[in-house]
Design a protein around this ligand. Structure first.
Ligand code: PDD
Length: 285
């Protein structure tokens, strides 16, 4: 079990980075989280595509191509050599003056952290987790578009703290118009009358890689999928709820605001999608 940190192409056991890096000072950075099994990263191409599109959206010029990232991820995974790894790829604006203006930052920093993954306990998948609809609103798309995966996660941090205070394991956020968006590090799905429903991207949420796969798997397996706008309170009428993400995979939700979702156990549609996602991911590795 080892942690290795790649800093601009050099591998370290520990790393100190400048307090003048605008990633640290202002959350001015983009990032991706990727999983690996036996040092093989899962869906790395899709994560790199999103990393580059997030960087473009904040006018951050990444000084390397995707091939470079493939190589660096591979050597860092090899150096850490865990059975299953958590990979965090971060590109910061770099160091500059202590000033909100990024024009003094001339060289972005690329950091790739590889460590042993901390998996969710199997009991969460068997029983489902507890979530809360929190009062903290998801960032508006015209303020800081949630579809850009930046290092500025304070919105989600505050939502998670509120959920914890309410005794829940995670938070579901609505937007300023009261429409459902997503979890703090995952996308939201719910099932009503056998239909698989998920908030549409224009509600203001990250276009999750797992979300896209689950939509595809649902359609291929005969489920009717709908992307749309639903008010927060409509979630109380759901038969099933689940969250999707690189770390959570397909995670059933059994309690919402202390009330059972459906029977209070992971429902049949969720269980089927959990299985399908697990199988398709295993085949890709
Ligand atoms: N988060 N929504 C948000 C706000 C996220 O941060 C994430 C991922 C997702 C799911 O995206 P994907 O399926 O591509 O992982 C949705 C990662 C896991 C994280 O920040 O730890």
């Amino acid at each position: 079990m080892a942690t290795k940190i790649n800093f601009n192409g050099e591998i370290h056991d520990h790393l100190n980075i400048s307090v003048l890096d605008h990633g640290f000072l202002f959350g001015d950075s983009v990032y991706e989280v990727v999983c690996a099994v036996d040092n093989k990263p899962c869906y790395l191409d899709k994560h790199l595509a999103r990393l580059f599109s997030s960087a473009k959206a904040i006018s951050l010029n990444i000084p390397h191509d995707k091939e470079w990232f493939h190589e660096q991820v591979e050597v860092t995974l090899g150096a850490a050599d865990n059975d299953e790894s958590y990979i965090r790829i971060i590109v910061t604006r770099g160091t500059g003056e202590i000033d909100i203006d990024p024009s003094t930052c001339h060289s972005p920093n690329v950091i790739i952290i590889v460590m042993e993954i901390k998996k969710y306990p199997e009991s969460d998948y068997e029983k489902g987790i507890h979530v809360a609809l929190v009062s903290i609103k998801r960032n508006a798309r015209d303020a800081l578009n949630p579809n850009i995966k930046t290092g500025n996660y304070l919105n989600n941090v505050l939502a998670k703290m509120e959920a914890n205070k309410l005794g829940a394991q995670d938070a579901i956020m609505v937007n300023s118009w009261g429409h459902l968006t997503e979890g703090t590090t995952s996308n939201l799905f719910f099932v009503r009358d056998g239909r698989v429903l998920t908030p549409s991207l224009d509600c203001g949420l990250l276009s999750g890689i797992t979300r896209r796969m689950v939509i595809q798997l649902s359609e291929e397996n005969g489920f009717h999928v709908e992307e749309g706008k639903w008010l927060g309170e409509e979630l109380y009428g759901a038969d099933e709820i689940f969250l999707t993400g690189t770390l959570k995979k397909v995670m059933p939700v059994s309690y919402l605001d202390g009330r059972p979702v459906g029977s209070g156990k992971p429902g049949p549609v969720t269980r089927k999608l959990m299985r399908l996602y697990r199988d398709v991911t295993k085949r890709k590795l």
